[in-house]
Design a protein around this ligand. Structure first.
Ligand SMILES: [Zn+2]
Length: 175
């Protein structure tokens, strides 16, 4: 065997080895990308429907995850005037404050503003043959209710929210 032939054989083995390794290297890289995406999303609550079913009551699950609506004048907060904040029943993010709550006479808790614009997501909703704006928790994607433009001053907005989607937390008086 000449030196040249040996060189060709050895180098072709090396090249083959590298070629077979390339897909593995690429796979690893894409795994890492997915991992990184996962990390970036950890601030949001992501659960499977099975996990939500375990955490939420049947009524909460129906409204928050299946975009249901509780019957008017039946919820915990439509006729409720205590001072405090209202958090998402699924993930505890603060959504509304009692100082923007008003009686809209519709049988659902109503607010003319949100605690923080970042904490809710608004989305067009064309269900039931009408156009409404759906209000969701920005942290967990839970359905909260709808936004209408017939609210009182200063915003003129009415966030019509299901009691079952939120939970009240009383503000302790400062000493
Ligand atoms: Zn939430």
């Amino acid at each position: 065997m000449t030196k040249q032939l040996r060189f060709i054989i050895i180098s072709s083995i090396i090249v083959n080895f590298i070629i077979t390794l390339i897909p593995f290297m690429q796979e690893k890289k894409s795994d890492k990308l997915i991992e990184m995406k996962g990390e970036a999303m950890t601030s949001k609550v992501v659960k499977s429907e099975k996990e939500w079913k375990e955490i939420l009551t049947d009524d909460q699950y129906h409204v928050l995850r299946e975009k249901g609506t509780e019957r008017p004048f039946t919820g915990q907060y439509w006729n409720f005037a205590e001072k405090g904040s209202f958090k998402c029943a699924a993930c505890d993010q603060v959504l509304f404050n009692s100082d923007t709550k008003f009686d809209a006479g519709c049988g659902w808790p109503s607010f003319y503003d949100v605690a923080n614009n970042k904490n809710v997501t608004l989305k067009d909703d064309f269900s039931f043959g009408m156009h409404r704006i759906e209000v969701m928790c920005s942290n967990c994607g839970g359905h909260l209710g709808h936004l209408f433009d017939d609210g009182p001053k200063p915003t003129g907005q009415r966030y019509c929210i299901n009691s079952v989607s939120i939970k009240f937390e009383k503000i302790e008086k400062e000493k």
